[in-house]
Design a binder for this molecule. Structure first.
Ligand SMILES: *Cc1c(COP(=O)(O)O)cnc(C)c1O
Length: 359
């Protein structure tokens, strides 16, 4: 039996994705070898790779003529450095809304003139700053759509004017409809919402790379290398890419981002509803409801002892991964795309019972 999986990452995946990956580990596309044993230049693997890229762009409503999808190693964390290495010429601008956003900014500072134009650190990242202006002479503007640790999520795209928009979407990538054409570069570590650990997906405007990316940097760190070689300059993480490709097919089968978003809103609503009903007991850590994440729901109980008890009792009911990030404590329920409605219903029901027994 599958557990109710609320881990923040690596995290829950759709069952059909796990089953297709299991089959490919045994015998990939009737080749008689495993997906782990076949050349990344074979026609069978090439088909998987190209379909994953094309399906991703189709889901986002982007034209393959204008965008490129890269599958690289190094996780989202390597992108923190690669982005300024390639695109920071005179200055870049960042918003610091959490741990990951802060790490991205720190890497950019190491490489030159990166400026933080807004931060929510004054209130321990419990809100999203709305009052800022992006310079029109910056090389790019970087933000993080969803703050995995603090449970805030941008509901609309910040206005960057004509400054190229760069975004870390690791923890809410493909969770909702959005005008993806506004971005010059999107990156997401797969292990939160689209696949297993080991690959980061990058969607980048070809014209931005051609016109603006630096070329006098190490080969592997250069976007141009990967774009020119169609993301096969070196051996890609074949197995994770296979699983990501299966997730793209799953999203399409589920009805695309409109259907996925609707379900995510319903799921998160079940849990936030408990905050609103029992607000003297479940204390949401995000200050304004409009900033609440649909992916990572963070809250506290009246005491740390009650939080430990909550997590232990939930575990007995097969609900895993509810402990908040080690840097903030409390409780965090991650309700990514593949987290079933039934898991959120089970958690909401448990919250209500726990309240009645412990209030
Ligand atoms: C988890 C996470 C990261 C780090 O991803 P890695 O792939 O482990 O480097 C970066 N940004 C966000 C928003 C995350 O949630």
């Amino acid at each position: 039996m599958r557990a109710h999986n609320f881990f923040a990452g690596p995290a829950v995946l759709p069952v059909p994705v796990i089953e297709a990956t299991k089959d490919a580990v045994i015998d990939f596309a009737n080749t008689g070898v495993s997906i782990m044993e076949i050349s990344h230049r074979s026609k069978e693997f090439d088909k998987v790779f190209k379909e994953a890229q094309n399906d991703a762009l189709e889901i986002m409503g982007l034209d393959p003529k204008d965008y490129y999808v890269l599958f690289l190693g190094g996780g989202a964390s390597l992108q923190f450095a690669m982005i300024p290495m390639n695109f920071q010429h005179t200055k870049s601008e960042y918003i610091v809304t959490g741990e990951w956003a802060g790490k991205a900014y720190k890497e950019a500072k190491k490489m030159g003139n990166a400026i933080s134009i807004a931060s929510s650190e004054d209130k321990n990242f419990a809100y999203l700053p709305k009052d800022f202006k992006v310079s029109q002479d910056a090389d790019y503007f970087h933000y993080t759509t969803n703050n995995t640790i603090y449970g805030t999520e941008w509901k609309s795209i910040p206005d960057a004017g004509n400054t190229p928009l760069v975004c870390d979407m690791s923890s809410d990538f493909l969770s909702r409809e959005m005008d993806y054409s506004k971005f010059s570069l999107i990156y997401a570590g797969a292990q939160k919402n689209i696949g297993p650990a080991g690959v980061v997906m990058i969607v980048v405007k070809k014209s931005w790379v051609d016109e603006k990316a630096k070329t006098d940097i190490p080969t592997m760190m250069k976007y141009k290398t990967h774009v020119d070689k169609e993301s096969l300059f070196n051996t890609p993480p074949c197995l994770p890419v296979f699983a990501v490709g299966q997730t793209m097919k799953w999203i399409k089968n589920e009805g695309g981002l409109a259907a996925i978003q609707k379900r995510n809103e319903h799921k998160a609503g079940l849990i936030y509803g408990m905050f609103d009903t029992y607000n003297d007991f479940f204390k949401g850590s995000v200050i304004v409801p409009e900033d609440r994440s649909l992916m990572n729901i963070t809250f506290n109980l009246p005491t740390a002892e009650l939080e430990d008890k909550f997590i232990a009792e939930a575990k007995k009911l097969n609900m895993l991964g509810l402990k908040g990030h080690r840097s903030v404590g409390g409780i965090r329920a991650s309700t990514y795309n593949a987290c079933p409605v039934e898991s959120c219903e089970a958690l909401a029901k448990f919250m209500e019972e726990f309240y009645k027994n412990n209030k």
